[in-house]
Design a protein around this ligand. Sequence first.
Ligand code: GLY
Length: 374
Amino acid sequence: MSRKVRVALGDRAYDILVDTGLIQKAGEHIAPLLRRPFAVIVTDENVAATPHLQALRRALAQKNIGCETVILPPGESQKSYAGFERLCEALLALKVERRDHLIALGGGVIGDLVGFAAAVLRRGMDFIQVPTTLLAQVDSSVGGKTAINSRQGKNLIGAFHQPRLVLADVDLLATLPARELRAGYAEVVKYGLLGDADFYAWLERNGAALLAGDAALRIEAVARCCMHKARIVAADEREEGERALLNLGHTFGHALEAETGYSQRLLHGEGVAVGMALAFRLSARLGLCDAALAPRIERHLSASGLPARLTDVEGARSFTPAVLLEHMKQDKKVRDGHLVFILAEAIGQAIQRNDVTPAAVEALLAEQLARSAT
Ligand code: GLY
């Protein structure tokens, strides 16, 4: 059942292990990487309240690896200059050495923050990802994007810094709130929609059982997503081409997240879900794909408990196309003044386009906002 995915990046290559019970065996996997038997676990208060932190500490102790733990408050606000400073000072106070490893035990916030600290502390330390959310297991823990936020936008201060190992233990998903699990599932669906029609059809058949807790299906889905991401990252680590396809649904999604104040009104994965359906609707309007695909995708997202239509987003009645478009223009993906959209010619065939006119996007948003919110 256990799966191993290699991210082939030359002397920075690393493995992603996907399995149940991995945290209990973490010491075995981590020990060979260490240059001295010591590591620092960084996690947040939510994860520290689960059994996972103690399980990881025990697993390291079994291999005689000494460890310190830094526990941060939970939430996106930690990805700030102030949060970053607090973490770096805490790590330096522990006298971490350049050759030590940090272990990021948490979701996307912990992974991004610890990864960025590892990229710059003592001019570059190693780090290991132990992702505790579905979103982090299939996306943010893999590929080396690390960052904190600026007042001007999310993830604007960061570095590409690859981990040395990713341990994706699907048992850890058992303590995840159902809404967060579903939001992570949107990123799973993304891999099918962008590059693997068979996987998408598999998800239509197996998504409900996967969300309900079937471990074998979870391993299969996480491993398949990681295989896609590993291949894309190995081909285009710094997002000069193909890696941008991983942003399917994100241009619309980020605009919705910005408009809802990056709050509990809309989780990142929920914004991506709505954004992916909109990307297929826009593709159909532009004559790129069959108009029946967007409704099919909306049906699967809705059946999985995700928002799928613009009008599913809380407060959508107050959105305007012009304001959403303004948010899109602030996106990192604007290139030479053009909005870059990930569109699709079919399920599993995403393409990058920078010739979509603001008028076409506004017309789509107006049409979708006019749909009744039933
Ligand atoms: N989350 C998109 C990427 O890693 O490129």
